[in-house]
Design a binder for this molecule. Structure first.
Ligand code: X8Z
Ligand code: ZN
Length: 622
């Protein structure tokens, strides 16, 4: 039985990265120079307009949006940390006001399409058109309804619970902890299925949301929201999926080798009836509610010969780390690179723990409430190595936000949304045994004979994620483009899960199931390709920063801890915000203008050899 408290009526777009002025830009990045968009304004009108008019228009946008965005950000924070009827009303109100204002200005920006303006002004005008993730139509009734739906969906997710019976209910945090550690296939299946019941009531409103948002996208000059989402990457919207295919093609052989090994070991543990050797892996057995990263099943799939792989969870627990100490430790890493400490208000205003006695959105996020120094994170921190990484991830957002705070409003974002997601993860790649020993979390640095174990653990976390990071928006792009009917939503989801991840539903799905809704980013309307990109980019960034730091270690053993040179190079890129195409930002730090997964091949090369050896008598694929 599923119990959730629907949050009555309106409000906001929940995201993973919220900035005051960009509350409406779900996530972090409006992006550049798209040729898609509004039709040209008639030449007669354009001839009367000048560059000075365009600049004055942008200044007005900045002033009006800034004025509204701060109360909107506070309302959004209040709602996310105290989900109730009143916070829903207030945040929905501001969300609607702000999104309507932005949409109005985005449409108005088209009047400068034929005006000969400088490149910088043109870029900001374009960004205005690309900024909204979900665009409200001009019809005020529809705009209000869209804000209401956004609120309702994110409230349903945040307050969702699975109840075994009247007395026994479990939160997502509690179930996730069990999914990570339990090896009881029946319990795992119960929680896997139970959590998905939370999503069933979301489906109808999600369908309605898609319809209204597409009307808004058309008014902005896009074919639909799918095109709007794909137009944000400094290349034509239809080329972007090809770029993703290219990157996935680079990773796929390695993923298949990892999949083959994991399936064989899980089959040994649970039996071939539960994990058949010629089929996708049942999704409840991979240590994660969504089978998106698999590091939690390391003990089931690890090499036979003993490997000394630091158990960060155990070390944190043994050394009495609580959530504050974990965050302090992560802050210290950034400080060692030369970043200024977090402000006192960060410690006073952040939400580090799941609050008692009220509903809150536990999905981790990072905020900048005033676009200056009011940085905060919102998390329900557990003392685990996995959460230690998530803390670094979130702080990466905060340091990025602070680095670009002096840019004009429309440039306060990351070079592309993958960059925002990659920064904290890049830092977390430096949590190596050497670093853990430096901060006293482990006593000895394991020698190179243990590297396969460490690489396998990292690959389970990072490489297993990549096809999931890809398939979520493969699903959404088709849904948002109207290529599939609502009746096909769930079957398409599982087709893509099988195709990319080689993972299958462990039990038959009901006809009313809406399994995508059980993943935060779908009800919260946060695009997901950002994480796919981040998982490619973070290895490139790590490599570049290790080179700058002068590391002579193998890439997987390099830590940039305490390298001010690396910190400066990183900061130089972060400070650019969204002021230049992402290729420029990338070149600044890495010397290359291309996203490229060959760094991943290099990082994991010894593991690939080991996996191929393990798999040599196995039938791989699904
Ligand atoms: O949502 C997140 C972050 C917040 S931006 C915790 N991540 C994705 C997820 O949890 O699904 C980080 C990795 C992927
Ligand atoms: Zn994030």
């Amino acid at each position: 039985m599923m119990r959730f408290k629907p949050v009555p009526k309106p409000a906001l777009l929940s995201t993973c990265v919220l900035a005051a002025t960009l509350t409406l830009f779900s996530g972090c990045t409006p992006a550049p120079e798209s040729t898609t968009g509004n039709a040209d304004t008639p030449a007669s009108a354009a001839t009367k307009l000048t560059v000075a008019d365009a600049r004055a228009f942008l200044a007005k946008v900045d002033a009006d949006v800034s004025k509204l965005s701060q109360p909107a950000a506070h309302a959004a924070w209040a709602y996310a940390t105290h989900i109730n009827y009143d916070t829903a009303q207030v945040s929905a109100y501001f969300s609607e006001q702000l999104s309507v204002l932005m949409a109005r200005y985005a449409v108005e920006a088209a009047k400068f399409n034929a005006v000969d303006v400088d490149a910088d002004t043109r870029r900001q005008l374009n960004l205005l058109k690309l900024g909204l993730e979900i665009a409200p139509p001009a019809d005020p009734v529809k705009a209000e309804r869209l804000a209401a739906i956004g609120s309702e969906l994110s409230g349903m997710y945040g307050a969702g619970k699975y109840c075994r019976d009247e007395q026994t209910c479990f939160s997502l945090v509690e179930m996730s902890a069990q999914m990570a550690t339990s090896r009881d296939a029946d319990l795992l299946l119960e929680f896997w299925d139970g959590w998905r019941e939370a999503a069933v009531p979301m489906k109808d409103i999600f369908v309605e949301q898609v319809g209204i948002a597409n009307e808004g996208a058309v008014e902005l000059g896009y074919a639909n929201t799918s095109e709007l989402w794909r137009a944000k990457y400094d290349m034509p919207a239809d080329d972007f999926p090809k770029e993703l295919d290219r990157l996935w093609g680079q990773v796929e052989p390695f993923y298949e080798a990892l999949h083959c090994h994991v399936r064989a070991e899980l089959s040994d543990h649970y039996g071939a009836e539960t994990v058949p050797l010629d089929q996708p892996i049942p999704a409840h057995l991979l240590g994660n509610m969504w089978a998106q990263s698999w590091g939690n099943v390391y003990d089931l799939v690890k090499p036979e010969q003993p490997m000394n792989v630091p158990n960060v969870t155990q070390a944190l627990v043994e050394q009495g780390y609580d959530e504050i100490k974990m965050v302090r430790q992560a802050e210290d890493f950034f400080s060692s690179l030369g970043f200024a400490p977090l402000p006192d208000t960060f410690w006073e205003r952040s939400m580090f723990q799941k609050p008692e006695g009220r509903e809150a959105q536990c999905h981790a996020s990072a905020w900048n409430l005033d676009d200056q120094d009011d940085l905060r994170i919102k998390m329900c921190i557990q003392t685990t190595g996995e959460e230690f990484n998530v803390i670094h991830h979130e702080l990466g957002h905060n340091y990025y936000q602070r680095a670009y705070k002096d840019q004009p409003m429309l440039y306060r974002g990351s070079a592309n949304d993958g960059f925002h997601e990659a920064i904290g993860d890049t830092i977390a790649l430096s949590i190596t045994p050497t670093y853990l020993q430096q901060i006293g979390l482990i006593d000895e640095i394991p020698d190179a004979s243990n590297d396969i174990g460490m690489l396998l653990k990292t690959a389970l976390d990072k490489i297993a994620f990549i096809p999931f990071g890809l398939m979520v928006d493969q699903w959404r792009w088709q849904v948002l483009a109207g290529d599939v009917t609502p009746e096909q939503y769930n079957s398409l989801w599982w087709e893509l899960r099988e195709k990319y991840q080689g993972v299958m539903a462990p039990i038959e799905r009901d006809s009313d199931a809406f399994d995508p809704g059980a993943k935060y980013h779908v009800p919260a309307n946060v695009s997901y390709t950002r994480y796919f990109l981040a998982h490619i980019l973070q290895f490139q960034f790590h490599q570049a920063l290790c080179d700058i730091a002068g590391s002579e270690e193998a890439l997987h053993r390099c830590s940039i801890f305490a390298s001010e040179e690396a910190g400066k190079a990183l900061n130089d890129m972060l400070e650019m915000g969204l002021s230049k195409p992402w290729q420029d930002a990338m070149e600044t730090m890495t010397g290359t203008r291309q996203m490229d997964a060959s760094t991943i091949e290099r990082y994991f090369a010894p593991l690939k050899t080991w996996l191929d050896e393990q798999n040599k008598d196995r039938q791989c694929g699904w």
